[in-house]
Design a protein around this ligand. Structure first.
Ligand SMILES: C[S@@+](CC[C@H](N)C(=O)[O-])C[C@H]1O[C@@H](n2cnc3c(N)ncnc32)[C@H](O)[C@@H]1O
Length: 278
């Protein structure tokens, strides 16, 4: 009664009350969104994605054994988390042809080479450290450009001069200039972790879809939602691609995977046309 009288008598008090409530509700909503980012691509548990991740019996657990190299305290830059590295090592087991967009230190290249077949070939691509110019430069923002260039200083890699170096073909070139013909329809596993701008993730994916073999698997890194500025282009592009392809988010990681049907013909043309910079 007293409250009603007060609010009627003091319209400014009503306005203040409404504004304060609005601010508090909005803050709570923002906090909730930060804690629970919205991911349009649904997560799948690793054992449901691939039987190599099943360890519900001792025999099955052994199927998931891999050669591994950890990265304590993130001393190697811009690489995958240890859990993501394990997933990629496991997916590389018994695989013959692998392509990686984005070598950086070569840690993941090394893991894939260690775990792939003895006669496997892993082709990995990075910008030349002495000429990191990019064809799609005009479609990138300054932040994307400096990010790509800063990760391109390696000319010696973790796999260099190791027992698996002979399995690795190292390419130094802009991925937009990559000729897919020698690789068309041949790759069993492709890892996309090169340029993170919308333009590059789109270009690399369109090439990967032409290079993957029927039954093969494409894996993207850095699907992290809108909070992470460096990888917003990846998030936006993969959400669009998901309208055309049944992508899966690998639970507990920032990896997205697409398993190509056994009876699929390699893609000849881009899936859709929008090509704006992030
Ligand atoms: C995030 S790092 C890759 C990390 C690596 N895959 C790992 O797991 O350790 C990004 C790499 O992509 C490369 N890169 C960025 N833009 C590129 C482009 N346009 N063409 C080729 N490589 C590019 C950079 O040179 C760098 O080696």
């Amino acid at each position: 009664m007293f409250d009603a009288w007060l609010l009627e008598g003091f319209p400014w008090l009503t306005a203040l009350f409404a504004t304060t409530t609005g601010i508090l509700v909005y803050r709570e909503y923002r906090r909730h969104r930060r804690r629970h980012p919205q991911f349009p691509i649904a997560a799948v548990k690793l054992p449901e994605f691939d039987s190599r991740f099943r360890c519900d019996s001792v025999e099955r657990a052994r199927q998931g054994a891999v050669y591994f190299l950890g990265n304590p305290n993130n001393q190697l830059p811009a690489t995958t988390s240890d859990e993501e590295a394990y997933v990629l090592a496991c997916l590389s087991k018994d695989v013959r042809r692998i392509f990686e967009f984005g070598t950086c230190s070569g840690r993941t290249t090394y893991l894939m080479a260690l775990n792939a077949c003895s006669d496997a070939q892993i082709t990995t691509l990075t910008l030349p450290p002495d000429d990191p110019s990019m064809q799609l430069h005009s479609e990138m923002n300054a932040h994307d450009v400096s990010h790509a260039v800063s990760e391109s200083h390696f000319d010696q890699f973790v796999y260099s001069e190791t027992e698996v170096a002979h399995k690795v073909e190292q390419l130094f070139q802009d991925s937009a200039a990559l000729d897919v013909e020698p690789y068309r329809g041949k790759m069993d596993l492709i890892f996309i972790d090169g340029g993170h701008s919308y333009a590059y993730i789109k270009s690399d994916t369109e090439k990967a879809l032409q290079m993957i073999a029927p039954g093969g698997c494409i894996v993207w890194h850095d699907y992290r939602g809108l909070r992470c500025r460096e990888t917003r282009g990846v998030f936006r592009y993969l959400n669009e691609l998901h309208r055309d392809l049944p992508l899966q988010r690998l639970g507990g990681t920032s990896l997205i995977a697409y398993r190509v049907p056994e009876d699929a013909a390699p893609k000849q043309a881009p899936l859709h046309g929008s090509q704006q910079a992030a």
